[in-house]
Design a protein around this ligand. Sequence first.
Ligand code: ARG
Length: 462
Amino acid sequence: MAQLWGGRFTGSINELAWNFNASITFDKRFLEVDVRGSKAHATMLAKQGIISEEEKNQILSGFDSILKDVLDGKLEITTKYEDIHSFLEANLIERIGDAGKKVHTGRSRNDQVALDMRLYARDELEHMSQQLLNTLGCLQKIMKDNLDTYMPGFTHLQKAQPVTLAHHVGAYFEMFKRDLLRIKDIYNRMNYCPLGAGALAGTTYPLDREFTAQLLDFYGPTLNSMDSVSDRDYLIEFMSALSTIMMHLSRFSEEVIIWNSNEYRFVTIDDAYSTGSSIMPQKKNPDIAELVRGKTGRVYGDLISLLTTMKGIPLAYNKDMQEDKEAFFDAIDNTSNCLALFTDMLATIQFNKDAMIKSAMMGFTNATDAADYLVNKGMPFRDAHSVIGRLVLHCIDKNCAIDDLMIDELKSFSELFDKDIYDAISLETCVNKRLTIGAPSPECMKKVVALNDEFINKYRIK
Ligand code: ARG
């Protein structure tokens, strides 16, 4: 056990307690960000004359060599150390001697870990933005290819009105677009540097916190040292955004599962993203989509876990906060994996256009348009609704669609029906006449797709 805090103690710690307290098994992920933060701190200490230039140089190259050795597999991060901070400091002292003992001047592990978490989360925010952009690109391609791929739109999982595949996928484009904007918002709110907050009350050393913040690409230093070491809001916001991304992925997964079912056959999932059954030879299961749906609950759990951890702890740092890490790592790993896999699955999925169109033609998706036809001929809407309702009942009885009926039969429901009814309620008309922005007509969707391109380009060029 190589600990940072021996002086005040006469006895040694119980082994179970040591293991219980230690975080190295999971905070070793902070290796790179901890080195980045410590190097910035040492650079600032030297600028302020708190350590010498020579000491700073030793510290910087000491950290570089440790980092390299770990990455090259020459130095192992072991459970001999309590956490990544102790591991790095102990190894630094081992390598460069007395200068290494100065790196923690004017710093506490409380502001150090607060910094590490922010640097790590900030990198992940950037990574998540890129991933979302990639997903948006994939959706955009499907939209462009399917502006006139007709399919039924549903409410209550009952066929409602016809839409297009571009329009349906466009709904998800909007969701992931909001997800991206949320990630950008969180970044803007969280990008402040907590280093220099010390344990909770700042330090008496003349630190230049603005300088450290600048070195680490933060907008500036945080403004309250107690808040700096105990704020985990940005993680909660981030995990909330991740939960929302997962919720969107889960809804989409549910649709893919339904569309892939034997009854629908709207899509064929590529073999690369399907699995078989150990007993039923005919099976090709949408396991990836099901697992994405399943892991959504787990990411929600991570969010609730941290919210619950934070709800009762007084200012400032308390060890409970160490629990932020595993929850956050789990949430980010799973969301990132799910988003990547789902996007790849979608990029290779085959849309069975014939099945979609056939389905849109059945199930009276043009009933509203038939009622609107009568309205345009002068009938009040409520009466038209009732006429078409009776007509639908008649068709159900005859097992046919409204447009399968001959004109005389239609006229027996209302004299207002004329030959132009067939054109008025065709699948093409039902979709193509919906011309208000946001509606499914190819004409409208083209405008939306152009706006989507602008959106993607705006965020791609940083
Ligand atoms: N492993 C700790 C954490 O993750 C680092 C901070 C330790 N600070 C302390 N006062 N014990 O929160």
